[in-house]
Design a binder for this molecule. Structure first.
Ligand SMILES: *[C@@H]1O[C@H](CO)[C@@H](O)[C@H](O)[C@H]1NC(C)=O
Ligand SMILES: *[C@@H]1O[C@H](CO)[C@@H](O)[C@H](O)[C@H]1NC(C)=O
Length: 332
C-alpha cells in the first residue's frame, strides 16, 4: 500500500514536473531584468533606473509581478517611456510602492508643447490581467498609455502630480506641470477603478476604443474626464463613466471632437453618479469645435450619449450650435 502510494506520488510529481519558468526572478538593477522575466514570479526591489534608459518587462503569460520597493528614474531629457510592461494574464501588485518620474527636473510649464524633451508617456501598460496599487509621483508629462491585448483592470492606483500645480523658476508663473494626462486609453476592454489622479491635464482621455469603464475614481486639479479628442475615422463605443468625483478641474465631463474630423462615431457613452465640485469652466461640455472651444463645430462625428443629458437629443446625430454646458457644480 505504502509503495503504491509512493509510486503514485512519483508519477504525479513526474507529470507535474515544474516548468523552467516556474521560478522567482528578482530585479534589483537593470542587469537582472533579462533573467528575471524568464520566471513567472518577478519581484522588484527598490533601485534607480539609469538616466536615459527605460525599464522594460516583457513578461511570460500569467506572470505575477510584485513591486517590493520604490523605483526612481534618472533625470535626463529624452522621449521615454520610463517603464513598459507587456504580457498576457499578468498580475501586477504595486503594493503601494512609488514610481518617481522626477517631474520637477523636467517641468517648465510647457509639457509636450515645447521646452525640454520630456519622457512621455512615463509608463506604457501593454498587459492583460490586473495592474494594481501602484503610486506614480511627479511624472515628467503624460503618465499612463494603455494598450492592453485582452481585458485589463487597473485599480487602486495613485497619480500624484499635485506639486506640478505650483509654478517653478522655468514656468513663467504658471503651473510647472503640463500635459500630465492620467490615462491615455485608446483601447478595448479596460476598467480603471478606485484610483486617485492629481494632475494638470485630462484625468482620462479616450481617443478611440470600446468597452471601457472608468468608475469610482477621484480626479483632482486637471481637465476632467474626456472622451476625445476625436480625430477622423475613430470609433468610440460602450464607455461607462460612473461614480467618479471630479474636484477643482477645468471641466468635469467632456466629449471633444475635432472640428475637422470626419468619418468618426462616438456612441454608447454612459455617465452616471459622477460629481463635479469646484469646476472652473464647464461642468459638462460637448465640444465639437476642438481645439477651438466655442468655435465653429464640425459635423463629421456622429455623437450619442446616454443618458441624454440635453433636451434636444434625437436620433444619433447631435449637432450642438457651439457648446453646451451645465452648471459649475454638477451631478449627473
Ligand atoms: C530627479 O529630479 C527630481 C527633481 O529635482 C528629484 O525629485 C528626483 O529625486 C531626481 N531623481 C533622481 C533619480 O535623482
Ligand atoms: C461594455 O463594456 C463593458 C466593460 O466596461 C463590458 O463588460 C460589456 O460586456 C460591454 N458590452 C458589450 C455589449 O460589449
Amino acid at each position: 500500500m505504502q509503495s503504491t502510494f509512493a509510486l503514485l506520488l512519483l508519477v504525479a510529481s513526474t507529470l507535474a514536473a515544474p516548468a523552467a519558468s516556474d521560478c522567482t526572478g528578482t530585479i534589483s538593477s537593470m542587469g537582472d531584468v533579462d533573467a528575471a522575466v524568464k520566471c513567472t514570479t518577478v519581484n522588484i526591489n527598490s533601485f534607480t533606473v539609469p538616466a536615459g534608459q527605460g525599464l522594460t518587462l516583457n513578461l511570460l503569460d500569467a506572470t505575477t509581478v510584485n513591486l517590493n520597493g520604490d523605483l526612481k528614474f534618472g533625470n535626463v531629457s529624452w522621449a521615454g517611456p520610463l517603464f513598459t510592461v507587456s504580457g498576457k494574464s499578468i498580475t501586477f501588485n504595486g503594493n503601494g510602492h512609488t514610481l518617481d518620474g522626477g517631474g520637477p527636473f523636467y517641468w517648465d510649464g510647457l509639457g509636450g508643447n515645447g521646452g525640454v524633451v520630456k519622457p512621455a508617456p512615463m509608463i506604457k501598460i501593454k498587459i492583460s490581467g490586473t495592474y494594481k496599487n501602484v503610486r506614480v509621483l511627479n511624472s515628467p508629462a503624460r503618465v499612463y498609455s494603455v494598450s492592453n491585448p485582452a481585458p485589463l483592470t487597473m485599480t487602486g492606483l495613485t497619480i500624484d502630480n499635485s506639486f506640478g500645480d505650483l509654478p517653478n523658476s522655468k514656468s513663467g508663473g504658471i503651473a510647472a506641470g503640463h500635459n500630465t494626462d492620467g490615462f491615455d486609453a485608446s483601447t478595448h476592454d479596460l476598467t480603471i477603478s478606485n484610483s486617485v489622479i492629481m494632475n494638470q491635464d485630462d484625468c482620462l482621455a479616450i481617443n478611440k476604443g470600446t468597452n471601457i469603464a472608468f468608475t469610482g475614481n477621484t480626479c483632482s486639479g486637471g481637465h476632467g474626464i474626456s472622451v476625445g479628442s476625436i480625430d477622423s475615422d475613430a470609433t468610440v463605443n460602450n464607455i461607462t463613466i460612473s461614480n467618479n468625483k471630479i474636484i477643482n478641474n477645468d471641466q468635469a465631463l467632456r466629449i471633444k471632437t475635432k472640428s475637422a474630423a470626419t468619418g468618426s462615431t462616438v456612441s454608447g457613452i454612459t455617465y452616471s453618479g459622477n460629481t463635479g465640485t469646484g469646476i472652473k469652466k464647464f461642468g459638462v461640455i460637448i465640444d465639437q469645435s476642438y481645439p477651438d472651444t466655442l468655435g465653429t463645430p464640425g459635423t463629421g462625428v456622429k455623437l450619442s450619449v446616454s443618458p441624454c443629458i440635453f433636451t434636444s437629443c434625437s436620433g444619433h446625430r447631435l449637432i450642438l450650435p457651439t457648446v453646451a454646458h451645465l452648471s459649475h457644480d454638477t451631478k449627473l
